[in-house]
Design a protein around this ligand. Structure first.
Ligand SMILES: Cc1cc2nc3c(=O)[nH]c(=O)nc-3n(C[C@H](O)[C@H](O)[C@H](O)COP(=O)(O)O)c2cc1C
Ligand code: SF4
Ligand code: SF4
Length: 368
């Protein structure tokens, strides 16, 4: 690790709770018990969210998790398959004993919030994350949670609700201290072509999508919540590497939840994410999470920008892959190495060639 990297402060805080790293193990199969959370914490996670607790243990259909490829999953997994009592009496205290920052996830009804919030807080959880199927049940859950616990309450937003950013504001007004966004997206469908039937065996064959494919939706929703002045925000959804975590932070998150990529690549991903994030922040000139948090928010265009692109071609970085030429729908670009030719009459300045250049050999600056 370079000297500059060592000076990067990866610590952050959510609702006053200090985290050693911005990466949070989001609720899912890796936090099915204390052991999973302890492993994630030791690997470098700043906090771990339990699998969602409800009044009754879940029985899951078989199978209930599949892969869409490209770091993207479908699942119809329900909440925790442990009774809440096991979490309260054994798993949360065990994780706390090992120093894990524990976020107790509780779903999905006001009745269950009444039954579980105090017990989970008393078991030692540092924060509570409320999960619900709709805004209508989330708001009363917040009210009950605030009256039953004196630890921070986080509300998890679903992308499947009509307006998660407005719901986030209502949750904060109802007393929540922080927001997390987003949960998996759906319902979605994957067909097993060898058996001509849905791959998931939920009642309707549907499942929910997580991982890389949902990231642009997650980042958009996180930015919308942040632009409504929410400062305590955990951004979750599709983050697989440091660059994507920086996007999430720049969109306004102060911490980054990770579920699918840790399932697909193993718990060691936290160590790698921390290392690469330090390196990347140093390269980008940010000294801390606080410094990069929300960096993109002042730069959203207020109106459409009409103009052209001033291209720059650096032949020393060009691998002659011709991706820039192939993706140009208007046949405006031609690589005649070492020259990069552009027909300005054909070019629509769409930007795809610079966005797909894998090495940064082709760049473009907006000119108005
Ligand atoms: C198999 C699986 C199970 C999940 N179970 C829960 C859960 O019990 N409670 C919850 O709030 N979110 C659950 N999630 C959603 C994740 O916490 C997270 O919000 C979502 O997967 C997006 O993050 P990712 O793209 O990093 O996976 C689950 C996700 C997966 C893939
Ligand atoms: S995409 Fe980039 S690296 Fe590939 S040929 Fe074009 S400029 Fe060169
Ligand atoms: S900006 Fe668009 S239209 Fe112009 S050369 Fe690149 S890909 Fe073609």
């Amino acid at each position: 690790m370079s000297e500059i990297q060592k000076q990067i402060d990866l610590s952050t805080q959510i609702a006053g709770v200090k985290l050693k790293s911005p990466f949070v193990l989001a609720s899912g199969p890796l936090s099915f018990d204390a052991e999973g959370m302890i492993r994630a914490y030791r690997a470098g996670a700043g906090a771990c969210v339990t699998k969602t607790l409800r009044d009754n243990a879940a029985i899951n259909p078989v199978p209930h998790i599949g892969s869409f490829g490209r770091d993207t999953l479908i699942n119809c997994e329900k909440w925790s398959d442990f009774d809440a009592d096991i979490w309260i009496e054994k798993e949360i205290p065990k994780a706390k004993k090992e120093g894990v920052v524990v976020i107790g996830s509780i779903g999905h009804t006001p009745e269950e919030a009444k039954n579980l919030v105090k017990a989970v807080a008393d078991a030692g959880a540092d924060m509570i994350e409320l999960v619900s199927y709709s805004e209508d049940t989330m708001i009363p859950m917040v009210d009950i949670a605030c009256r039953n616990a004196n630890i921070p309450i986080i509300c998890k937003m679903s992308p499947n609700w009509p307006d998660p950013a407005s719901t986030a504001v209502k949750c904060l007004e109802a007393g929540a201290q922080a927001i997390s966004a987003i949960d998996s997206i759906g319902p979605t469908l994957k067909i097993d072509i060898y058996n001509a039937r849905p791959e998931m065996n939920s009642e309707d064959g549907y499942g929910w999508m997580s991982g890389s494919a949902i990231r642009p939706i997650a980042i958009r929703i996180v930015s919308e919540i942040a632009r409504k002045d929410c400062k305590e925000l955990i951004g979750i959804g599709g983050v697989t590497k440091a660059e994507e975590a920086v996007e999430m932070l720049m969109a306004g998150a102060g911490a980054v939840g990770v579920c699918s990529i840790a399932m697909l690549k193993g718990i060691g991903v936290f160590e790698k994410l921390n290392k690469n994030l330090s390196k990347l922040l140093a390269e980008l000139g940010y000294s801390s999470i606080e410094a990069v948090k929300g960096a993109a928010l002042p730069n959203f265009p207020k109106k459409e920008i009409i103009g052209t692109l001033d291209f720059k071609f650096d032949e020393s970085l060009c691998t002659k892959c011709k991706k820039c030429e192939i993706v140009c729908c208007y046949l405006a670009r031609k690589l005649e190495f070492p020259q990069m030719k552009l027909d300005e009459d054909l070019c629509r300045y769409c930007g795809l060639c610079i966005s797909t250049c894998p090495t940064g050999a082709l760049k473009g600056k907006v000119s108005v």
